[in-house]
Design a protein around this ligand. Structure first.
Ligand SMILES: *[C@@H]1O[C@H](CO)[C@@H](O)[C@H](O)[C@H]1NC(C)=O
Ligand SMILES: *[C@@H]1O[C@H](CO)[C@@H](O)[C@H](O)[C@H]1NC(C)=O
Ligand SMILES: *[C@@H]1O[C@H](CO)[C@@H](O)[C@H](O)[C@H]1NC(C)=O
Length: 546
């Protein structure tokens, strides 16, 4: 939850009223377009405003996703926890709002856990494990509170002695994520800024140490003790207001490696908000990482506030993020609803060609199995693409919904210096989104939405994103793997087996139905580019039609 929005709440409330009035006028013309902007591979809110995913938890056959929700309008305002559930990450069923504001404040981001051992004492029925939600109460200050459910997450009772972690005099103090550590303790990590006084000094550049995360420990989810902090001393990572941390172990080569995710409100490599991560160790008290520079979980722009599920039944680490950027989140041209999530992703560790551990992300199997349609497949043979020519993968896709999955292996080893490969999705209005590889650049991977359609709603939206390439240790430099899931208004690209994901929204005036692969060779007749074996191009089903 962005702190900067809190200070202007009265203004936003006023704007909400004003815009409802305007909405009556524009919705007549805009209805069709707004409906067209609803994604079909991504969860989106039916009406009003959605932001961060909260309280992701699996229990009793159901994945629960709560999320930041403003019931009053499609711009930010007082937040509740909305609720939706899924059994497969594909179809979601919305349930009534789970947590609403009270005298301690609005209900901001947080997590939830299943209390299998009744450590909290909240369990009332031996056959039903309690879900305990841990969240930020945002009132006069930000404080951490809990609420419990004894009906599998449908309804919650707030703990009578909230807050469980009162504000210690900090301006930013929020987004608690709780994990069960070593079968013995609850560990909570939250984002905390320096004290209010130091924050003023920082803003006039008298004090350079910025954001940090803090770790707390508890046996009962009610009584928490501060055990350590990370990020401020020494100064680590990118600082643009830290939010929504998460910490989890991942196995790599028989070793347990800990990963700390920290969303960061601004200053990302492609502008705006981003989710950075640190690879390190955790002993129940202290997280350590030698990393000073940030690494990014996603090299696109539209993946923020990602957190992982508690109790994922297959032992996977599955994450979901809010699919937008704080630069323009409030201006997305979707009318009376605003906000969607990324697809669920599994994250793992892999070594890059420099022998360093990196996160790699892939769309969960369930989505691939249920939505990718092998009956709608266009074969992509082994083909050379001559310099300065375009290969038309389709003149127009034969399926009618414009949802596509590509998994291409492309030999880029013979591209001339400064030459590039672009994979472009287009409509008949010559609007397009292109992604690919610029040979010889320091940040060779790109995703370009400058001509993608409507970009007028915010000056920060139109842009060409670029990223460093992370080649897997066992990968071949010359073969670029390009996997993409194309929704009506969003694309998730996974380069090199998920080593570099790039996620982006776009708003074309009609769906993209043409696909092209372009070889830009700058007149160099010796430049070589070819599609290698194993490449596929397939249609996808809508999540509303399975
Ligand atoms: C959970 O613990 C509380 C407090 O100790 C106790 O009153 C309650 O009976 C326990 N619930 C179950 C189902 O055992
Ligand atoms: C809270 O936990 C601490 C450390 O475990 C313990 O010393 C203290 O007695 C507990 N307080 C309450 C009220 O339970
Ligand atoms: C797309 O095709 C499917 C299957 O043939 C059909 O059920 C559906 O109605 C079509 N949708 C549109 C928008 O034409």
């Amino acid at each position: 939850m962005a702190a900067s929005l809190a200070g202007i709440k009265p203004l936003l409330n006023w704007l909400a009223y004003c815009c409802i009035a305007l909405g009556l006028v524009t919705s007549v013309q805009g209805a069709q377009e707004w409906d067209n902007f609803r994604p079909k591979l991504h969860y989106s809110v039916q009406l009003n405003w959605l932001n961060d995913p909260n309280g992701l938890v699996f229990v009793n056959g159901e994945y629960h996703m709560y999320y930041q929700y403003h019931p009053g309008s499609s711009v930010p305002g007082p937040k509740s926890w909305a609720h939706t559930i899924s059994r497969d990450f594909v179809t979601w069923s919305d349930l009534p709002t789970a947590l609403e504001p009270d005298e301690l404040g609005d209900i901001w981001s947080g997590s939830s856990i299943v209390d299998f051992t009744n450590s909290s004492g909240f369990q009332t029925n031996v056959d039903v494990y309690p879900i305990v939600a841990v969240f930020t109460h945002a009132g006069q200050s930000q404080q951490q509170s809990i609420a419990y459910s004894n009906d599998w997450g449908r309804t919650f009772t707030k703990f009578a002695q909230n807050p469980v972690i009162p504000n210690p005099g900090k301006q930013d103090f929020r987004d608690p994520k709780v994990i069960w550590y070593n079968d013995e303790s609850w560990i909570l990590v939250l984002a905390a800024e320096i004290s209010i006084v130091n924050n003023i000094l920082k803003q006039i550049n008298l004090y350079s140490v910025g954001d940090r995360v803090e770790f707390y420990i508890s046996q009962d989810l009610k009584n928490w003790s501060l055990s350590s902090d990370f990020g401020a001393d020494p100064d680590q990572g990118l600082k643009g207001v830290w939010e929504c941390p998460d910490i989890f172990p991942l196995e790599f080569d028989g070793e347990t490696v800990w990963v700390l995710l920290v969303s960061n409100g601004g200053g990302g490599p492609n502008g705006g908000s981003n989710t950075q991560y640190f690879v390190g160790t955790f002993d129940g008290t202290t997280f350590s990482s030698p990393q000073i520079d940030p690494l990014f979980m996603d090299s696109g722009v539209d993946n923020y506030a990602s957190i992982s599920f508690f109790n994922e039944p297959r032992g996977r680490r599955v994450i979901i993020g809010w699919m937008t950027n704080l630069m323009y989140a409030n201006d997305i041209p979707t009318g009376d609803w605003r906000g969607q999530m990324t697809m669920a992703r599994e994250v793992r560790l892999a070594k890059n060609s420099g022998n360093a551990l990196r996160l790699r992300s892939l769309v969960v199997d369930e989505i691939v199995e249920k939505l990718v349609d092998p009956n709608q497949e266009i074969s992509v043979g082994i083909t050379g693409i001559a310099p300065d020519t375009t290969m038309y993968l389709t003149d127009s896709v034969p399926w009618n919904n414009s949802l596509m999955h590509l998994n291409l292996f492309i030999d880029v080893g013979g591209l001339c210096q400064g030459c590039s490969l672009s994979i472009c999705f287009l409509n008949s209005k010559e609007q397009e989104i292109c992604s690919g590889y610029d040979h010889g650049r320091e940040r060779p991977l790109f995703l370009d939405r400058e001509r993608s359609g409507r970009t007028d709603f915010n000056p920060s939206f139109s842009r060409r994103l670029s990223a460093i390439r992370e080649i897997p240790l066992d990968g071949a430099n010359n073969i670029l793997q390009f996997e993409a899931f194309l929704d009506l208004v969003a694309i998730e690209v996974f380069f090199d087996g998920g080593m570099t994901p790039m996620t982006s929204l776009f708003y074309p005036e009609e769906p993209y139905t043409f696909v092209e692969i372009r070889h830009h060779a700058l007149g160099n007749i010796n430049s070589r580019l070819s599609i290698a074996s194993g490449s596929v191009f397939q249609g996808m089903k809508s999540m509303y039609e399975v």
